[in-house]
Design a protein around this ligand. Sequence first.
Ligand SMILES: NC(=O)C1=CN([C@@H]2O[C@H](COP(=O)(O)OP(=O)(O)OC[C@H]3O[C@@H](n4cnc5c(N)ncnc54)[C@H](O)[C@@H]3O)[C@@H](O)[C@H]2O)C=CC1
Ligand SMILES: O=C(CO)COP(=O)(O)O
Length: 323
Amino acid sequence: MEKVGVIGGGSLGTAIAQIASQNVDEVYLHLRRKELADIINQTGFNNEYYPNTKLNNNIKAITDFNKLKDCEIIFLSVPSSAFRETLSNLQKFINESVILVSTAKGIEYPSLKTMGNLIEEYFDDDYVSLSGPNFASEMVLNLETVSNIASKNKNNSKKVKEVLTTQQFKLKIIDDVVGLEICGVIKNINAMANGICKGMDINENARYAILTKGFEETQKIVEAIGGNPSTVKEYCGFGDLVLTSTSNESRNHTLGMLYGQRIIVDEDASGIVVEGKKSIKAIKDICKKYNTESIIVDFVYDVVIKHVQPKIAFKRLWEKIEN
Ligand SMILES: NC(=O)C1=CN([C@@H]2O[C@H](COP(=O)(O)OP(=O)(O)OC[C@H]3O[C@@H](n4cnc5c(N)ncnc54)[C@H](O)[C@@H]3O)[C@@H](O)[C@H]2O)C=CC1
Ligand SMILES: O=C(CO)COP(=O)(O)O
């Protein structure tokens, strides 16, 4: 393949560009800021996100969507809150045959639309979604990683797999697009739930009971929304749920810990992307809409949205465990 595009030159977009650049002639990495694009093109470093990692020479930073016209595949690696705006801006610049790949783990509120639903609104339904236990900081270093991809169009999944597969980065194709996307959203809420418990210094037995419950409830929610509950056993389900619920590298887990310690930060002002916080109201509404109870979603909603004291919220959560 000759050219692929990546929109969003942040942690994940830069890592995706670095992986794809091993298999294609040219990767266009689209950024908003010209200063950063110039630095990448002049030095080969995205010094804001990866100051110590040299990017491959065939990665070209761009700020103009026009350059994406000849790309066969475009990865959308902006946060979910920027997804609609990005699709709308992109509409007049790309050809019909392009394969769009969503890598965001979020959901639109209050529409409750997945990123795939948004792509359908502006383009068509043969997009590909990618999700897995994938810290971008490891991917950019070519460390061993597996991700799931799903699409209604198997050929498109195969093409995306071809473009990203390296000796270290593996991809497994599955059929369940909505299940894959929802797993990526709910794991962020579980990462926050476990972070809150860790921040409160809740004992390990209890924390892993909560993680087990989170796994079970993810299956229920995925099924309710029309996905396949067995998707939750995949890399995008179990793998990502456990990774981000237990690692301090996860921003969602870290924000949860701060809430557990009653340190309230203005993460919007920090500019750090915490998808879980943005998804709580949406998942709460989804549970209500599909008549599905989730004690983990309620716990995070209580602490983060309603500002219930973590101790009181935990007591309520524990009362509901296996009752
Ligand atoms: N960082 C990670 O390890 C992983 C992130 N993801 C997902 O990828 C998505 C992006 O996350 P990160 O790359 O980590 O975030 P980031 O903050 O590192 O990068 C986001 C990029 O999007 C750009 N952006 C923000 N708002 C924009 C807008 N309105 N229009 C155009 N560009 C905009 C930012 O300038 C930045 O370059 C999230 O949904 C996240 O859940 C998924 C897997 C791993
Ligand atoms: O999704 C991720 C890893 O799979 C990244 O998690 P955080 O957004 O919590 O950092």
